[in-house]
Structure formats: structure tokens, C-alpha cells
Design a protein. Sequence first.
Length: 314
Amino acid sequence: TCPFQYQVFLNRQRSYRDLPMRLTETSTLFRNEDSGEMHGLIRVRQFTISEGHYILRPDQLESEFKECLDLAKYCLDTVGLLEDCTFRFSQWDPANPKNKYEGTKEQWDLAQETMGRILDDLGVEYEIGIDEAAFYGPKLDIQYKNVFGKEDTLVTIQIDMLLAKSYGMEYVDADGEKKTPYIIHRTSLGCYERTLAYLIEKYAGWLPVWMAYEQARIIPVSDAHLDYAYEVRDQLKKQGFRVEVDDRSEKMGKKIREAAKEKVQYLLVVGDQEVADKSVSARGHFEGDMGTMSVDDFAAKLKELVDSKAKPGA
């Protein structure tokens, strides 16, 4: 998305007062990965990413970098992945025979010195990755290992002191002189597909209730209880919950087994007694039998889990 977001900046003359300019978007991208490199959802040819570019003055670099890092850590912590992440300061290798890097040694030394100082000031514990930088600048890569022990990058924050000049990006500084801005490239949750893959691995499919595609499933004992099942579903959906009714003509035991295979955490069984009492018989994957309760009480339980973004089984 870099060139397209740069065009927004280039749309008119910019002043130092316009900076920092923070441009972000969620977009679907394509990358021609080698077939041997592709792996499930972790490495794919089509992926969706929320990516941003912060165009700024040199004096704004540290504060904006910190905001980018805070955002990434907040997002990863919210979904429960941050505790297993490590940080890598990805640097260039001037002896790299591929010669993939642009810019001079002086420019790279300045960029890496600046990034190292920022990371140290922020107290970030990191390892150094030589020859892992982007072609235009050093990166802070937030790394994660899959179940096979292979490490991949989840989120990256990059300092770029080169591309703005290549694209003719300038701003008029307070002294009236034209200056070239710096750019921070950043993601927040990284590639959605890869992040989802790690979430599925981490939770063995039992995603936290707040992000589960189906938060509860209502199972009527017989067709005679369908109308009440739909009533309960509608009552919960009006409160924003993702709830469905299994209204197939199958035995209840089969419905319960299939719900477990599909990782639906909460099952609400409704029969004669529940219809009479306007209640549900609730069962949670981690809690087991929760007994009979009112629909409002179950909704309150679900709301607490969603609002607190509780981890499964917590």
C-alpha cells in the first residue's frame, strides 16, 4: 500500500504543520510466494492486512514510533498473543551479496543508530537479526513461533529514511526550507490470516468467546420447542450476541457432538421445562453443566466474558 498512501501526501504542498500525517488502511494484497513456502494460513498468496504509514519530521520520530509500538502491543495483548512474542531488531548486512539494500552506509548507520536508541529508551528487550532489514530501512519485528517451532513475523514497525526522497516527498519547514520527511511503516495485528492461524493454534480452536464466530448454540429437544428456541435466539441476538439454533431433524446427542467439533463453547438446551420456565439449560465447554438459568442470566454471563475479553477457561 506504500505508493498509494504516498500519493495522498503528494496531493498538494505540505508544511511542517501537516506532520505527522498518519495514513492507514485495511486492504487485501497478493504476493507470489513459492509453492514450497506456502503453509496453511501462516503463509499465503492472498492476505489482508491493516497497514499504516506515518510521514513525519525527524523530531517526531521517537514519539510516533512509541505510539506504533504501543498500538501493536495493545492489539497482540488483547487477542492473547503478546505473552508468547519476542522482539527482533532487524538490521542490514553491508556485506550481503544479494545487495538488496538501497542507500549509503551513512544513511543506514544513522537509521539503525536512531532505532537502537529508541528501543533502548523504551526498554524493549530484543535480539539482533543481521540481514533481516527491509531494503529501505531497519525494522522492529515482533516474532512468534508456530506449533512446529518455526518463527515468523507477526507485526513489523520500520523506520524509513530513503523512500520519501525517491518519491519526491517534501515539506516546507519552519525556516522556509524544503525538507525530506521520514516514514514509519507499521502494522497493528499483521496479516489477519497468519494471526488467525496462531490464535487457532494457541487456543486449539476454542477461541475466546468475544472473538468466536458463534458464541452459543441453542438445541431444542424436539420440533415442539423450536418456536421457543427461536425466541431465545432473537432475544440474545438483539443484545449483540452471535447465536444460532440447530433446527435440523437430528438426534440431540449428535447435535451436541457436532457443536463440540465446531468449537461452539456454549450450548443451550430447551425442552418442556425450559419453555414453561422461560429458561435455558446451559452447558459450557470449560465449565461443564451450568444448570438451568434465565435467558437474562445467561446473557449477563456472556456479556461479562465479552466485555472482559476473557481467555478460554478463565
